[in-house]
Design a protein around this ligand. Sequence first.
Ligand code: ADP
Ligand code: MG
Length: 231
Amino acid sequence: MNKTSQIISQARREGRKALLETEAKTICMEYQIPVTPFKLAKNDEEAAEFAGQIGFPVVLKIVSPDIIHKSDAGGVIVNLQNAAEVKNAYQKILENAKKYDPTAKIIGVMVQEMAPQSTEVIVGAIKDPQFGQTLMFGLGGIFVELLKDVTFRVAPLTREDAQEMVTKVRAYPLLTGYRNTPPSDIEAIIKAILNTSKLVMDYPEIKELDLNPIMTYEKGAKTVDARIILE
Ligand code: ADP
Ligand code: MG
């Protein structure tokens, strides 16, 4: 059985609908959707060791089935520059999580590469009761939240569909480079959309998927946070 099926069956067995970020990103990797490299640490020594392997700066995040919005729980600390900072952050995150929800089951702390700031995009999928798996695309932050500048297409997507989703958002000129904003790798974005389409078609039990944000670069892109909700 492939990793995606294994992860989904395990979540099912444990009665979990929301996958952990570690699980969602492992699935992304199986579908060639680029994510920040990561490792799951079980103690502060391990976190520091993994940070050294991944390369500084790193981000630490709580991994708990009971904490969906990690920053709300004080469960995300970014821009850690050395082993000492990583160890401190590890303890701080556990402390914050316990304060937020004393009964939360803690799996560990995720150590991940810190993706440099850039133009952020969002790729999402939602299972519409009428149309089935539907893909969403937009530029991150205010473009999606405030301006609702997003496009939708029903899966499975053709390359043309994915290309249109990207070029039809009003903020598209930002992706081709504007003033101080360097151009983004449009091909990498299109591939991420197409691979997400394939993923949700292969697994109709995925009810919601959010790659938010994906940092886009002149070459390539990296998903910083991934969420998958099962039916
Ligand atoms: P939440 O569960 O609260 O949505 P996120 O994983 O999205 O937690 O982390 C919160 C924010 O921290 C992100 O929106 C992003 O701005 C920043 N962040 C998280 N992970 C990274 C990373 N690997 N590289 C750079 N920034 C990150
Ligand atoms: Mg997030």
